[in-house]
Design a binder for this molecule. Structure first.
Ligand code: AMP
Length: 214
């Protein structure tokens, strides 16, 4: 359930691990996004520890992502009374979509639009075409509600870790090559980097709605 939708929300930077919110919370407005869940194997955390220590050697202190997923939309603002109709619209667009296998094994560095956060992510190679098809359905629903659609040419990825600021330069080049070697050489990395896209989720505030694929 949405907890106290009309409650005041204060934009406390401390609550978000030092990250800055790029929009203000307002009464009845819910920050929302659509995604595919990635359920990590235990060993992924070991691999991530290795990745973080390589990044540290290059002067970048990464924090583990709290929620591991593949975004299928930007974060958009939904009015409270739009949530149910929006989910209904998504269900209609995705009702014939079949579940599919994804493989995300290529590390890439991402920076948000505001250049206030940098992410280390695993890009989805296998499954990209099907994700594009899901996004075209999600985009139709977003358009119905006059909301921003996703990137024209998205790079679908699983963000594993992040840091404050634009640290792309420090992470790319030699550092990224070293990081990729950790992934390639990790035992069972082929198992850790594959997942089934079987459910699409929409998170609105602290409420998560699921749309199972066929
Ligand atoms: P996410 O983990 O899905 O929140 O993505 C991390 C960041 O990557 C977001 O702030 C996105 O805006 C950013 N990003 C930058 N370039 C791209 C791209 N081509 N496709 C998807 N996300 C991107």
């Amino acid at each position: 359930m949405v907890s106290s939708p009309d409650a005041e929300h204060h934009d406390d930077v401390g609550e978000h691990g030092g990250r800055l919110r790029s929009f203000r919370h307002e009464r009845g407005n819910w920050a929302s996004y659509v995604y595919v869940a990635f359920r990590p194997h235990e060993e992924l955390w070991e691999m991530l520890d290795e990745l973080k220590s390589v990044a540290r050697k290059h002067g970048v202190h990464l924090t583990t992502a709290e929620e591991i997923h593949v975004s299928l939309s930007h974060t958009v603002i939904l009015r409270h009374h739009w949530i149910q109709p929006f989910i209904q619209s998504l269900r209609e667009k995705l009702c014939t979509t079949r579940r599919f296998l994804c493989v995300a094994d290529l590390l890439k560095v991402y920076v948000n639009k505001e250049k206030s956060r940098t992410f280390l992510g695993l890009e989805v190679a296998r499954g990209r075409q099907q994700l594009l098809e899901v996004v075209s359905g999600v985009d139709l629903s977003l358009q119905e509600f006059h909301l921003e659609t996703f990137y024209q040419n998205p790079s679908f990825h699983v963000s594993l870790a992040w840091c404050v600021g634009d640290m792309a330069k420090a992470l790319q080049g030699a550092c990224l090559l070293e990081l990729q070697r950790v992934v390639d050489d990790f035992e069972d990395s082929d198992v850790l980097t594959r997942f089934y896209a079987d459910t699409i989720y929409c998170k609105c505030g602290n409420k998560v709605m699921s749309i199972p694929l066929c």
